[in-house]
Design a binder for this molecule. Structure first.
Ligand code: SF4
Length: 388
């Protein structure tokens, strides 16, 4: 056992969870040789909405994510001086920490549709991107009204990401989204979708999402769309409208559980949707979509463990899932240059969160979201360890 920070044998899932937390918090880098085939055989980053790297890398292709030996998916968060480095050695890609070999890793397969164009001539990866191994992501409009009033969430770098990389279309047509989904399903690269608008105040958002879902259903031949829509917080009648669109699940980006911290960290969002409205809406959504088909989405690492876990307790007590993304103090956000809590904090907190979710015992399956969907959340991995 060479890796000094891991207390358990490296083959135990707990170790890979701890390692994943460390990779997300401390960042990673890779040598040129290990990245051979990137953008051809292996999936490259496409910056569909936010940038998660610690350092910008305009003009340089980087991997989107990679897998650890037990199948854990890890988001590649580039940091020039990261302690972790992936190197090519004897036809293998090996992960090192400060020159100490830890384990073999693998890049993820590049979707074939990344080489294709829609009938309207758009490059398909500028419309939709695959997150992790099997989640097809669409941001129908890369826009958020809070930036123009300087009231954006302090951790968000939507505008800066768009300016730095300009790698996706800001607004996608409904037909193009359907065609991309059709190709992704045909080649077996998608099991679920994640559809979001990056937070728009447009009143016709439900109509827009309905048209998008219908277009995807038409092009894939599916009857019901497995996956999640994450619109501006859906309230009142709009919840039913989203349900009737044909998508299986809905998400709510609450971001921060503690009410006062939420108002301070997400000033624009808190003016439009209060903590209380979020809870009431999630409760209503569970009644309409069913237990396990609603998601509360959080940024993990900004608020204290106690209040985060309280949020997990309440949300999962309502019959909804929790998806907590590991905070990256990324370039272009107001928190740029800050540091996230230590990897051990993430490991301990997420194991407690998994115990809470397990204790709430509502029925949930992996039709809409699974541990292969994204590499920047730890809870689905911790739940696997807990036997869920
Ligand atoms: S609501 Fe917050 S997280 Fe969402 S796009 Fe706007 S600023 Fe970013």
């Amino acid at each position: 056992m060479k890796y000094e920070n891991l207390k358990l044998p490296a083959t135990k899932p707990e170790n890979y969870l701890e390692l994943k937390a460390s990779l997300l918090v401390e960042g990673v880098n890779a040598d040129r040789q290990s990245m051979k085939g990137l953008g051809v055989s292996f999936k490259e980053q496409r910056h569909g909405l936010f940038g998660w790297d610690f350092d910008d890398h305009a003009g340089t292709l980087l991997p989107d994510d990679f897998t650890l030996p037990d199948g854990t998916v890890v988001q590649f968060r580039m940091k020039n001086d990261a302690p972790y480095k992936i190197k090519q050695k004897n036809n293998k890609r090996l992960l090192y920490k400060n020159e100490i070999e830890i384990c073999e890793v693998n890049w993820l397969r590049r979707p074939e549709f990344y080489n294709k164009k829609t009938s309207q001539g758009y490059n398909m990866p500028e419309i939709g991107q695959v997150g992790g191994e099997d989640c097809l992501f669409f941001c129908y409009q890369n826009y958020c009204s809070h930036f123009s009033k300087n009231k954006q969430c302090l951790f968000c770098n939507l505008v800066s990401t768009s300016k730095t990389y300009n790698s996706v279309l800001k607004k996608k047509t409904i037909e193009a989204i359907g065609e991309v989904a059709g190709e992704a399903w045909k080649e077996g690269m998608a099991r679920h979708v994640l559809i979001t608008g990056g937070c728009t105040t447009a009143e016709n958002e439900t109509k827009q999402v309905t048209a998008i879902v219908q277009s995807i259903l038409k092009h894939t031949g599916l009857k019901k769309l497995p996956g999640t829509v994450l619109p501006s917080p859906a309230k009142g009648d709009s919840i039913k409208a989203y349900h009737d669109s044909g998508i299986a699940a809905i998400g709510y980006s609450m971001e921060i559980w503690d009410e006062r911290l939420y108002s301070a960290v997400c000033p624009g969002k808190a003016e439009n949707t209060s903590h209380k409205e979020f809870i009431e809406s999630i409760e209503s959504a569970v009644k309409i979509f069913g237990e396990g088909n609603v998601y509360g989405v959080f940024v993990m690492g900004i608020e204290p463990k106690e209040s985060f876990l309280e949020g997990v307790r309440v949300i999962s007590g309502l019959g909804a899932n929790v998806v907590p993304f590991v905070w990256s103090p990324n370039p272009g956000s107001k928190y740029e240059g800050h540091r996230a809590p230590a990897p051990k904090w993430y490991y301990d907190t997420i194991m407690e969160a998994a115990a809470i979710v397990k204790g709430n015992k509502f029925s949930s399956d992996d039709r809409n979201h699974c541990y292969k969907c994204d590499g920047n959340s730890l809870l689905h991995d911790a739940l696997r360890i807990r036997g869920i």
